[in-house]
Design a protein around this ligand. Structure first.
Ligand code: COA
Ligand code: AMP
Length: 640
């Protein structure tokens, strides 16, 4: 039989999606197999595999154990910050998950209930997520770098029955205490879960006993239980059958406003798409090792640290550490060497950090990285310089692929497992089968080839992409489906060249990417505006050689304010850290006389960003006062 080409697979996926995805669905173990792939009865909201049933956890664990592969390694927990390497087999992971699912059930968690996990990069995070999936409960993982206020907004939106957390996270220079953050979030939130289960780690100041004591006498306080206490009387729980269309998880991501969007992922489409992607994009299968150096709090972590590798019976590496400084710039290559990693997935910012510390790639020479067949990157555009550096020092294909929390898996990639297409620096290559990508002008008409415009995906999106926003179909439709009827608006702009290669150039909205972390400048502006001396402000994402982008705040002071720029900067940094979290990395503040605006009062953020990036900037004819821009130039323009 001749080898399938990307072109033939792609054509098949967009011309006959029904059969394409029913075929792909055969790789999943169903309780009730699908007889139909697409349900378009409620378009523009589409659902996949409407008549099928399964359990995602059973697909990730039980099926491999039942097939006699329980001794294979499912998970390698590798902590560079604690110097621990632990291998967990499929059988052991299944046992841990069954028992923890039993403990959750003891706390009243049942199918459809939400469980919020505020967890760092430890094995218990994976156990917690899979235990929810086992019960048919919906997990919502919150990244540890978010502040209590962000946690509170997720508690109020998802209304969890139980919160699962741990004593804390270990950052290279400090320990982050999670228990006080959860307590503070619960003080702010309206919703209270019935229990908080805490995995206790050594070396932290706050214990469950402390939290319990503090909660005494507090009206409506949740029960605080340690992980060990919760497991004491727990019975292993069976996998609960759910509809393919039932939600598996909610993952909150930044939108343009302060209110995060709760992206909902279903069970069936997710299992099918991720299983398909492992072979066809990453070329990783049973017993092979995939390492995704991200965090379980991000979508990349959900898909390629936890679910996808386990769905196909591969080994996944859970790395608690940084690309540099834990202890050196050889940390990544050491793990490839130690675990025989075949596919490594990271963010461009991590590569830039390594390159800065080790420009010649000397650390690579200290390790045997011959197991590595490809390096995948996502989270932000892979700039050509970083691409060339990584390709040279590693000697393997370096594959940029473009995706979003909303899609859950790649929209554009080199289809490495189908056909290795030539790599072009600066492009995430071509649309992945299932995604019909087009470039549209502001009116929704296709632009000429090579011309930049809004990147949109023709509906229906393939399986595994967002089903809706949690409890808010209207916001789902207004955020993504209304701008270009019949299409999903990605919020990114870019172009397609004559070879069909896609180039993703940046966001068209107020979303920025700082060190591969997606943040909202609109949300930062809302926080900055609460300072008593601030009359007006704009926060824009400016180019940063290490982090991709960094947020910069420009503030107009209230008349009569006497606060110094330094003092204001200190206050604002503190406000944003406590409002969003340290991960916002908000450090730049400048006081300006006025902000450039249109006559209708809209701040010209794009013009400011172009000016700050040293680009040719566009000045709309509707500008209120040109002199404001001239005055800003000396503050905004990059210093030579
Ligand atoms: N919990 C608590 N705080 C966290 C955190 C977490 N999980 N992750 C980061 N932070 C904090 C850091 O401690 C730091 O705090 P500080 O300002 O008090 O020092 C702040 O958030 C910013 O951290 P970070 O974004 O990690 O920046 P950095 O300068 O410390 O490190 C990199 C730069 C490039 C090494 C780092 O950002 C990195 O590894 N990025 C890769 C990100 C990634 O993989 N993203 C996945 C997308 S696919
Ligand atoms: P997130 O939802 O955090 O994954 O962020 C998604 C956004 O990150 C996208 O909309 C893009 O703006 C950006 N992004 C992710 N991957 C890439 C990539 N490979 N190239 C360009 N931009 C990317």
């Amino acid at each position: 039989m001749s080898q399938a080409t990307y072109a033939s697979v792609y054509e098949n996926s967009v011309n006959n999606p029904e059969q394409f995805w029913l075929d792909a669905a055969q790789a999943v173990e169903w309780v009730t197999p699908p007889t139909k792939a697409l349900d378009d009865s409620k378009a523009p909201i589409y659902r996949w595999f409407p008549d099928a049933e399964l359990n995602t956890c059973a697909n990730a664990l039980d099926r491999h154990v039942e097939a006699g592969n329980g001794d294979r390694t499912a998970l390698i927990y590798d902590s560079a910050v604690l110097d621990i390497q632990e291998e967990i087999s499929y059988s052991e992971l299944l046992e841990r998950v069954q028992l923890f699912a039993g403990a959750l059930a003891d706390q009243g968690v049942k199918k459809g209930d939400r469980v919020l996990l505020y967890m760092p990069m430890i094995a218990e995070s994976v156990v917690g997520m899979l235990a929810c999936a086992r019960l048919g409960a919906v997990h919502s993982v919150v990244f540890g770098g978010f502040a209590p206020r962000e946690l509170a907004s997720r508690i109020d939106d998802s209304k969890p029955t139980v919160i699962v957390t741990t004593s804390g996270g270990v950052e290279p220079k400090r320990r982050i205490e999670y228990i006080p953050s959860v307590e503070e979030a619960l003080e702010i939130s309206d919703h209270t879960p019935s229990a908080v289960l805490v995995h206790e780690r050594e070396g932290f100041e706050n214990s469950v006993a402390d939290a319990r004591e503090r909660a005494e006498g507090v009206e409506n306080a949740p029960a605080w239980l340690s992980w060990t206490e919760a497991l004491e009387n727990a019975e292993p729980a069976d996998a609960v059958t759910v509809a393919a269309t039932d939600p598996l998880y909610i993952l909150y991501t930044s939108g343009t406003t302060g209110k995060p969007k709760g992206v909902v992922r279903d069970n069936g489409g997710h299992a099918v798409a991720l299983t398909w992607s492992m072979k066809n994009i990453y070329d990783v299968g049973e017993s092979e090792v995939m390492w995704t150096a991200s965090d379980v709090g991000w979508v990349v972590g959900h898909s390629y640290i936890v679910y996808a590798p386990l769905l196909v019976g591969a080994t996944t590496v859970l790395y608690e550490g940084k690309p540099v400084g834990t202890p050196d710039a050889g940390a990544f290559w050491k793990r490839v060497n130690d675990h025989g990693v075949k596919a490594l997935f990271t963010a461009p910012t991590a590569l830039r950090a390594i390159r800065k510390a080790d420009p010649e790639g000397d650390f690579v020479k200290d390790y045997d990285i011959s197991s590595l067949k490809a390096l995948f990157v996502a989270g932000e555009r892979l700039d050509p310089e970083t691409y060339h550096w990584a390709a040279k020092v590693l000697g393997v294909p370096v594959i940029d692929h473009w995706w979003q929390t909303e899609t859950g898996w790649a929209i554009c990639s080199n289809p490495f497992g189908i056909e290795k297409l030539p790599i072009v620096a600066g492009s995430p290559t071509v649309p992945v089968p299932g995604y019909n990508v087009e470039i549209l002008d502001p009116l929704g008409d296709p632009v000429a080839q090579g011309e930049e415009g809004n990147i949109a995906v023709k509906l229906p999106l393939p399986p595994g992409t967002l089903a809706t926003l949690w409890g808010d179909d209207d916001r789902f439709i207004s955020s993504y489906l209304e701008a270009f009827p019949g299409y999903y608006a990605t919020g990114d702009s870019g172009f397609i060249d004559e070879n069909g290669y896609v180039y993703v150039m940046g966001r068209t909205d107020d979303v920025i990417n700082v060190s591969g972390h997606r943040l909202s400048t609109g949300q930062m502006e809302q926080i900055v505006a609460t300072h008593p001396d601030v009359a007006e402000c704009a926060v824009i994402g400016v180019n940063d050689p290490l982090k991709g982008q960094r947020p910069s705040g420009y503030v107009v002071l209230k008349t009569g304010s006497e606060i110094s720029e330094d003092e204001l900067a200190k206050d604002l940094v503190k406000l944003v850290r406590s409002g969003i979290g340290p991960v916002a990395d908000f450090k730049d503040v400048a006081v300006v006389e006025a902000l450039p605006k249109t006559r209708s009062g809209k701040i010209l953020r794009k013009t400011m960003r172009q000016m700050a990036d040293g680009e040719k900037y566009s000045v709309p004819s509707t500008i209120e006062d040109d002199s404001v821009l001239e005055a800003l130039h000396s503050i905004l323009a990059p210093k030579q």
